[in-house]
Design a protein around this ligand. Structure first.
Ligand SMILES: [Zn+2]
Length: 293
């Protein structure tokens, strides 16, 4: 059995999975990600799990840049700016292998394993939430530079005159379609300010025109970002996961139109497909299992 953990900026999910990649009840579970001391917290968590389950390895997905041997190099949302040897520390403490990877990369690994995709395929996963991230499978292999900074897809500049991004540049995809950017866009004209993209999704269902405009805007910007990625690696598909994907069909339709208008592959009649991922909230956690299995 394998313990899988997904450390997000606000929530940490975890579970025990069998050799077929299925959760053992009562998992998955979650708790708020601690602001400090999460190495000790993880250590305790795994030790507690091991009292009931014979673990052969641990896989960890984390919203961070991860280097070789599981060193967490940088994580804005977890206040990590100097390297933390998370993998080595946990592995030495627990006496079993501990594998760690960026959450977007874990999402890509999960789709690669669970979606029945051919071994030499090339595709992209975009995770759209508070931040915008992703992972790339190129010819069947995870694109990974070893310094944990490949596939920073949220920081592709789609408009240099665009808004300031958290990374310090202007006009990154994340600065346009990160959850807080979309909520702020809706709130420009709103009588009642919203706090989450999920609320925009609900308003869409009741035919709210401003919500529809935000969904179409998000799709247009995403399509521009996907066209840039497409011109570099010519993927077969883009898989869209995360809370912003809840904007549904108006968003998806606008994204497809924008991509097909702007990617070079349209000239070859090979415009990549764009698909929303079901059960996306568990994608990175399942990817952590793939990593350790
Ligand atoms: Zn940026």
């Amino acid at each position: 059995m394998i313990a899988a953990v997904d450390i997000g900026g606000t929530q940490t999910k975890y579970g025990v999975m069998n050799n077929a990649g299925q959760f053992i009840p009562p998992f998955p579970k979650s708790f708020p990600t601690p602001g400090t001391g999460f190495v000790a917290k993880l250590n305790t968590l795994i030790l507690e799990i091991r009292e009931s389950f014979p673990l052969k390895a641990v896989g960890i997905s984390i919203a961070a840049n991860v280097g070789r041997e599981g060193t967490v190099l940088h994580a804005t949302n977890l206040s990590i700016s100097t390297p933390v040897e998370l993998g080595r520390t946990l592995s030495e403490n627990l006496g079993i292998p501990v594998k760690i990877e960026n959450d977007g990369n874990c999402a890509a690994l999960a789709i690669s394993r669970f979606a029945g995709i051919s071994k030499k395929d090339t595709f992209v996963v975009l995770t759209l939430g508070t931040g915008v991230g992703g992972g790339i499978i190129y010819n069947g292999e995870l694109m990974d530079s070893g310094i944990g900074a490949a596939a920073e897809l949220g920081h592709i500049v789609v408009d240099p005159a665009g808004p300031l991004c958290g990374c310090g540049k202007h006009g990154c995809l994340e600065a346009f379609i990160g959850e807080s950017a979309l909520v702020a866009r809706y709130n420009r004209n709103a009588d009642q300010p919203l706090h989450a993209a999920l609320e925009i999704s609900k308003l869409l269902k009741s035919g709210d025109e401003d919500a529809l405009a935000v969904a179409r805007f998000a799709g247009e910007q995403l399509g521009r970002g996907m066209a840039i990625i497409s011109d570099i690696i010519a993927p077969r598909s883009f898989y869209i996961a995360g809370g912003v994907a809840g904007l549904g069909m108006p968003f998806l339709t606008a994204a497809k139109e924008s991509l097909s208008r702007q990617c070079f592959l349209r000239l070859l009649n090979r415009t990549p497909s764009v698909e929303l991922v079901a059960e996306a909230h568990l994608l990175s956690l399942k990817g952590a299992w793939v990593l350790a299995s």
